[in-house]
Design a protein around this ligand. Structure first.
Ligand code: SAM
Length: 221
């Protein structure tokens, strides 16, 4: 088996620390997850480049910098209960699980959810629950959540996800047109008030569901 630990350290120095990721919990979690086990067979040598890679079903494993940025901006802390929408390969959920107390993650493609579940079992990630379905309406029974991360872009902030945030919790979600979005951070101040912060431009695959786009291809809801 090839040892990717040096490639992982290089990724952390060049693509995370140098680009402003400073939270030690996030850096340590990124250091502890073997991204090469979350990419498709044959793509392992590219696992530590700072790029998204195809994982089938027209979907991608997110680039490491974006995974780290979203977790840092969501202010995930040890013991937190976290919801992720868009399990994909399972990589971001695995990183989250190294910080949070428990991670709930939802994926609409059963094939991707099943593959992620197998990776979690093989890697000993035992504080992650995976559900197949539309994550745009959240996972009400598992909430409220300290943090919610959405790894796919919708036309607007799904209100169900805002409602499932705990007071003081943070939702990080790409919002905007299908080809480019703004990464938004929504903080629940109290029962009725939310603060919004624009974290910059991003490009995610579409959030497809009741509170997202109606399908993978159409340009309207
Ligand atoms: N977090 C993933 C990882 O680390 O590999 C990357 C996720 S990929 C960029 C986005 C994922 O969101 C895709 O797997 C896609 O099928 C999923 N997705 C899109 N809309 C969804 C929805 N409404 N509910 C659940 N998953 C959804």
């Amino acid at each position: 088996m090839i040892d990717y630990s040096r490639a992982r350290e290089r990724m952390i120095a060049a693509h995370l620390s140098r680009r402003g990721i400073t939270n030690p919990d996030v850096l340590e979690a990124m250091r502890s997850v073997r991204r090469e086990t979350f990419v498709e067979p044959g793509y392992e040598e590219f696992a530590y480049e700072d790029t998204a890679l195809s994982i089938g079903h027209g979907q991608t494993i997110s680039q490491p910098y974006i995974v780290a940025l979203m977790i840092e901006r969501a202010e995930v802390r040890p013991g937190d209960i976290v919801l992720e929408i868009g399990t994909g390969s399972g990589y971001a959920a695995a990183v989250l699980s190294r910080i949070a107390g428990h991670v709930y993650t939802i994926e609409r493609h059963a094939g991707l959810a099943g593959a992620a579940q197998r990776r979690f079992a093989e890697g000993g990630y035992d504080n992650i629950d995976v559900r197949i379905g539309d994550g745009s309406t959240g996972w009400p029974k598992a909430g409220p959540f300290d943090a919610i991360l959405v790894a796919a872009g919708g036309p607007e902030v799904p209100h169900a996800l805002k409602e499932q945030l705990d007071i003081g919790g943070h939702l990080v979600v790409p919002v905007g047109p299908r080809d480019e979005q703004r990464l938004m951070k929504i903080t629940r101040v109290n029962a009725t008030d939310f603060e919004e912060q624009d974290l910059g431009g991003v490009r995610f695959v579409p959030l497809v569901g009741e509170q997202g786009w109606s399908d993978d291809l159409a340009g309207s809801r």
